[in-house]
Design a protein around this ligand. Structure first.
Ligand SMILES: Cc1cc2nc3c(=O)[nH]c(=O)nc-3n(C[C@H](O)[C@H](O)[C@H](O)COP(=O)(O)OP(=O)(O)OC[C@H]3O[C@@H](n4cnc5c(N)ncnc54)[C@H](O)[C@@H]3O)c2cc1C
Length: 504
């Protein structure tokens, strides 16, 4: 799609917001509200959808639901204002891994796109010169995007439980020390990459060391405290390299990046499934294909991003150690001792880029629901030789990201949608990622609207019968007037037209 040049002088981001809003209005945003209030005194308090998580998924979903005519949407996030998602907290790379053109949360509205935002802020040449979108700009763009759609995120709001209350869902939150309960017709869990569990710390580390001796790379790290220390990193993903770079930049004496594989992956297999066909219709693939793709992605990791890899390799005191699994870890008087097949390594601090454990039970918001949702391990029997205990723990979601109840009587479970890492086996590896939104968000939105419509099935016909919205600009007694006119014309044939009353 060609983007027209921006007129000189350059417009501001506020001007761009007005242009984006004009585009939205021209495209019929927002649709008319179509969901009537529930017949109960507290109807105004009941959300059509509560979205847990105000990251890029939560914000895009809220925008799409607003566009489709929902008016009572709440977005809750435990983070501080502006700190939603990983971008300004534990993501430590300079730029996104996603190619700059592979975005899609702008709903094909050019003035909503990150490209237009970037050009408005920095100029067209800057976009042309850009290889990847800088991380902090991506977050600034997301904040601007939320502002365009007037999405007010309730921050510092931790969701502690999602449980049934009659036909609705009660969402328990802690906000400023106060525990509150809000009701919703549907709940969307947009809780991110660790939404299906918790960051994984290998037991050989957590059982051997005091907690201050190690950090997970997807959590807070006090890099200043690493000054002068020998740091061991476990893992070879993006965050392993990004944290290694930060540690050395902060003055760490050395960083050894250790991993089990004999060689780093070269190819990024994710790019091969980021096709419109795959991302639109992934849940239509057979269970076996989806299971086997998930198994493939378990074994075929992504390489680190080129920039992170090259930066780390250039740094003095950075050492790459392939084929170096950690076999044993122990705390000695003057060092952490790590046993590897190649011998002993000594460190002062460890950084663990060891991904996530799938364990719904550890998520606070899943306290009530975690053992009521169907899992892949219960619904699918893998072919011989393709069993996988980790994949078996993933929820088996419906075609719209909805949980499926283990017990069919627990119908409330299907009012909760898991638009997070829980969807990995059911919907593929690209739902919440930047490249996935364009295809995945519409599927989730269809699921929420479908649920809300089905809830109203009993009232659809009575509401249809009671529906009054005149198209014809004629008074109620028009037919009487016509009949009278006809009678008159029968008496005097020269008059053969009914007369409209003034104002009709
Ligand atoms: C280092 C790094 C680099 C990455 N690079 C890319 C990239 O280039 N491209 C890409 O597509 N993806 C990348 N990702 C993946 C990235 O995490 C996701 O694409 C993106 O953040 C997903 O957005 P999300 O809104 O689904 O989840 P998140 O952005 O993780 O947002 C989830 C939100 O939910 C909130 N939350 C969670 N639990 C609760 C609760 N109980 N109560 C209230 N709030 C809660 C959190 O506070 C958080 O703000 C990267 C991730 C990391 C860590």
């Amino acid at each position: 799609m060609m983007i027209a040049p921006i007129d000189a002088p350059r417009i501001t981001l506020d001007d761009l917001k007005q242009e984006a809003l004009a585009d939205l209005t021209a495209l019929g945003y927002p649709s008319a509200a179509w969901l009537s209030d529930l017949p109960r005194p507290d109807a105004a308090e009941i959300a059509d959808a509560i979205i847990v998580g105000g990251g890029q998924s939560g914000v895009t979903i809220a925008a799409a639901l607003k566009w489709d005519g929902l008016r009572h949407i709440r977005v809750l996030d435990s983070g501080a204002p502006g700190a939603e998602g990983p971008w300004l907290t534990f993501a430590r790379m300079e730029e996104l891994r996603t190619p700059k053109t592979q975005v899609g949360n702008e709903f094909n509205v050019i003035n909503l796109s990150v490209r237009r935002w970037f050009e408005t802020r920095y100029g067209q040449q800057a976009w042309a010169d850009l290889s990847r979108i800088p991380r902090t700009d991506w977050k600034a763009y997301l904040d601007w995007y939320a502002d365009v759609f007037e999405i007010a995120i309730t921050n510092h709001c931790e969701v502690l439980d999602v449980a049934p209350e009659g036909d609705l869902i009660a969402v328990t939150t802690r906000l400023g020390g106060r525990i509150e309960k809000s009701l919703a017709r549907t709940v969307v869990l947009a809780t991110g990459y660790d939404g299906a569990g918790a960051w994984r710390v290998p037991a050989l580390v957590s059982e051997a060391l005091a907690p201050e001796k190690f950090d997970h790379t997807n959590g807070p790290v006090d890099f200043d405290a690493l000054k002068g220390l020998r740091v061991g990193v476990l893992g070879h993903g993006a965050s392993a390299f990004d944290n290694a770079i930060k540690a050395l930049e902060a003055g760490a004496a050395s960083v050894d990046l250790c991993f089990r594989r004999a060689r780093l992956p070269r190819t990024n297999p994710h790019r091969a499934v980021e096709t419109p066909g795959m991302m639109t219709h992934y849940p239509d693939l057979s269970e076996t294909t989806r299971w086997d793709i998930a198994r493939f992605f378990r074994s075929a990791d992504q390489p680190p991003p080129v920039r992170s890899f090259e930066t780390a390799m250039r740094l003095e005191n950075f050492k790459l150690r392939p084929a170096t699994p950690w076999l044993e870890v122990s705390q000695q008087a003057d060092a952490i001792r790590v046993t590897t097949p190649e011998g002993i390594l000594e460190f002062d601090h460890l950084l663990l880029a060891t991904g996530m454990d799938v364990d719904l039970a550890v998520r606070p918001e899943l306290k009530t629901i975690h053992d009521k949702v169907a899992l892949w391990g219960e619904r699918y029997t893998p072919k011989d030789g393709s069993a996988d205990a980790r994949l078996a723990r993933f929820p088996y979601l419906d075609g719209f990201y909805g949980f499926i109840p283990k017990d069919p009587d627990e119908t409330w479970v299907s009012r909760v949608f898991a638009f997070n890492s829980s969807s990995f086996v059911s919907h593929g590896p690209h739902s919440t990622s930047i490249s996935g939104h364009k295809y995945a968000v519409p599927r989730l939105v269809r699921g929420v609207l479908r649920r809300l419509l089905l809830d109203r099935e009993a009232v659809i016909l009575p509401e249809l019968e009671a529906y009054v919205s005149p198209d014809l600009p004629i008074p109620d007694d028009f037919e009487t007037v016509v009949a009278e006119a006809n009678r008159q014309s029968a008496r005097s044939p020269e008059t053969n037209k009914p007369t409209m009353r003034s104002g009709a």
